[in-house]
Design a protein around this ligand. Structure first.
Ligand SMILES: Cc1cc2nc3c(=O)[nH]c(=O)nc-3n(C[C@H](O)[C@H](O)[C@H](O)COP(=O)(O)OP(=O)(O)OC[C@H]3O[C@@H](n4cnc5c(N)ncnc54)[C@H](O)[C@@H]3O)c2cc1C
Length: 380
């Protein structure tokens, strides 16, 4: 055996799984097609939002509370500042599904928050434009995470505990049998007892059978110049999700002191082949973005000055796939985080380590079960 556990894809979830498994004394052999912390993965683009009052479903709140503790643990162990809780403004039509789900999370778990009427919000947060039927919620347990720093920090903590990571090494095939799993990567063969698949948007290349269930989608991040830089610093501007009709503009305050990130994150475009991601910006995208920024976020000039395209794997119900693959007891998958997985990453790493070491997790992840998409799977 080359290691107890092989991790395919040392990006967001793979790095956290490597950290958690190594902490518990399990030997890890990781494979990453790019370099660690590379900007081409779903961890690229300077920041990720952390939110606790969760529009994607109140069932995530216990996981988010645990995730926050683990972010703090990762900060302590790495000596790096990764998560800044400067609050999160959720603005949308009162009776819209995301606003209702946020209020449900707040009610069910008594989350610290503030509700502002339009008059109060216009005074406190003049960076946005408001409409009569908007509800403005300040999630006090929200803020931003530094993604590249997080992935690099978790990976090197794992390496310091003995994990071996093969960078610039692409896994072509995994072949499970009754005694373990053979991994074929860059033409070489490796043996491990168990394997974790954390290949994000590229999962379809390894498991083409799941192409309709783990669809790669393209997300465009865009940055804008603030009209008044001081008004967009983290002390003045919380992270935000500004929703209206078809628009969902999510963003962060200025982190470099010159630009504010504000991007469309609703219904990203499908990508046929993750190796051929369209990295340029389509002119229709810019026009739509320009229009919504002008309408909803007058604190910035409406033309983006920086843009980058990234991918994530999306499932049909927008909830991830996490657990042992049915019919393949040596193979654990964590993929399909559908554009909202980063904040959960350390708890996902912990759950993976529990499933691998203890055979089960104590966390409630029923809504993420692979069984909802796969009955029985044969990789060969
Ligand atoms: C633009 C954008 C904005 C987002 N905003 C937020 C946000 O604000 N808040 C939030 O919580 N979430 C957000 N998300 C979602 C979150 O970032 C993702 O859900 C999460 O990062 C996915 O992690 P992953 O490990 O599945 O994928 P990745 O981080 O992409 O990791 C997959 C890794 O596998 C490697 N790999 C793939 N195939 C192979 C192979 N065959 N061999 C070797 N290596 C391989 C890849 O190179 C990569 O490193 C956003 C996502 C994007 C793209």
């Amino acid at each position: 055996m080359d290691a107890d556990v092989g991790i395919i894809g040392v990006g967001t979830m793979g790095s956290m799984a490597a950290w958690q498994l190594s902490k518990r004394g399990v030997s890890v052999l990781g494979f990453e097609q790019f370099g660690i912390g590379n900007d081409r993965t779903a961890a690229g683009g300077e920041s990720r939002l952390f939110r606790t009052a969760y529009m994607e479903g109140a069932e995530y709140v216990p996981l988010l509370i645990e995730a926050k503790k683990l972010w703090r643990e990762l900060e302590k162990e790495s000596g790096k500042s990764l998560l800044t809780l400067n609050g999160g403004l959720m603005i949308g039509e009162k009776d819209s599904p995301p606003i209702k789900a946020i209020l449900e999370s707040i009610d069910n778990y008594k989350l610290e928050h503030e509700i502002l009427d339009i008059k109060q919000a216009s005074k406190k947060y003049p960076q946005f434009k408001y409409f009569a039927n908007d509800l403005v919620i300040l999630d006090k347990e929200a803020g931003f995470i530094r993604p590249e720093l997080s992935v690099v920090s978790a990976t090197y903590l794992a390496i310091n505990k003995g994990a071996k990571i093969k960078q610039y090494t692409t896994v072509q095939k995994i072949i499970p049998d009754s005694n373990g799993v053979t991994i074929i990567a860059n033409g070489e063969s490796y043996r491990v007892r168990k394997v974790v698949i954390t290949t994000g948007a590229w999962t379809v290349n390894l498991l083409p059978e799941l192409k309709d269930k783990l669809m790669p989608r393209r997300l465009l991040l865009t940055w804008f110049i603030p009209k008044n830089i001081d008004d967009t610093k983290p002390e003045k501007l919380p992270v935000f999700a500004r929703m209206r009709g078809d628009f969902r503009l999510t963003g962060t305050p200025t982190l470099d002191g010159t630009m504010v990130k504000a991007s469309f994150t609703k219904e990203p475009l499908p990508v046929d082949n993750p190796k051929e991601l369209h990295r340029d910006v389509y002119s229709e995208e810019i026009l739509k973005l320009r229009d919504s920024v002008e309408t909803l976020l007058p604190a910035v000039y409406p033309d983006p000055v920086r843009s980058s395209a990234y991918m994530d794997a999306y499932t049909p119900d927008n909830h991830a796939v996490l657990g042992t693959i049915p019919g393949l007891k040596e193979v654990v998958i964590a993929s399909g985080f559908s554009g909202h997985g980063f904040k959960l990453a350390p708890i996902i790493g912990k759950i993976i380590s529990e499933i691998i070491i203890d055979g089960k997790t104590t966390k409630n992840i029923k809504n993420l079960s692979p069984e909802r998409f796969v009955d029985s799977f044969h990789l060969i």
